[in-house]
Design a protein around this ligand. Sequence first.
Ligand code: SF4
Length: 347
Amino acid sequence: MDIRTRKRVLNLRAQKRSDIEKYLSEIGEKVYRATQIIRWLWQKGETDIMKFSDLPLSLRKKLSEDYFVYSAKPLSIKRSSHDKSIKFLLLLLDGAEVESVFIPDGKRRTVCVSSQVGCPLKCTFCATGKLGYKRNLEFWEILEQVRFIQNYTGERITNVVFMGMGEPMLNMDNVLDAIDLLQENDAFRIGARKITVSTAGIVPGIYRLLEYGKQVKLAVSLNTAIQEKREKIMPIAKRYPLSELRKAVMDYYKVKKRWVTFEYIHLVGFNDTPEDIKALKRFIEGIPCKINLIPYNTFKGSPFREPTEEETEEFLKKLYKLKATVTLRKSKGRDIKGACGQLAYLK
Ligand code: SF4
């Protein structure tokens, strides 16, 4: 549609750089002004177009006629009393709600973003999976979570992890568009190495990330290396069995030469048996990787319980014998239900 006949008003934040450039050239403006607009939208977080002060007044007026700037509205903000993490429930333009978590740790300022409203994958240990799937998030709705938290906390965000609600690899177009802007100097200036995409094991998604030219980190939510067990807790394992998943991860490593992280949620009595350790050893053989053990965070109706510290310590000792780097993720934000697998609008 010709831009001049397009009905007022579009959300300027939902426009990619190419859309803004096209618009500018259609109205006879300099295309480089797209950079200034992007800075106002994402770096400075300004919502009033008339305050885009380095643009000529005539352009600001024209932009205001054609666009508005949507900012996510906070429905709730919960601060952890155990650590400094903060969980946000944000309202999007169409009334959808998403959760995002701010996790400060040392010099790192990480935002855990959602990529879908709900999730279709129904992993049995995950609260989000119980919600069902509503829709994919648009690229700007992913970015808006980072932008909102950056403005709210006044802290420059240094890392982004796609580990919130949803399976990012079922929404790769938007996830990759968001990652492009996360890296842009005029937007968030976050290096690809500081961005992690975590998947439940969507094999075609891993290959898409592999083809994406940047060094984005890959994390795989593994949770067991025994096929039958994995199918029980992660139904997606039937579609993409461990053999295919392993090959995709190997291929990713061969191209990117970056260690892959396997997340392993500790489900007491289910995935911490001697057979599990043996299967895990076989699975990671030849894959330079890190195993990130995550003590399970329970929720109402969950079929699993939280491990005690002793149980996790015991399991860790066994994992340390594997030829891999093993780390224990101290789940942040447990008390605000902002920890791994807990993002489901839980109070
Ligand atoms: S663990 Fe991830 S992929 Fe599985 S249901 Fe939860 S959000 Fe979806």
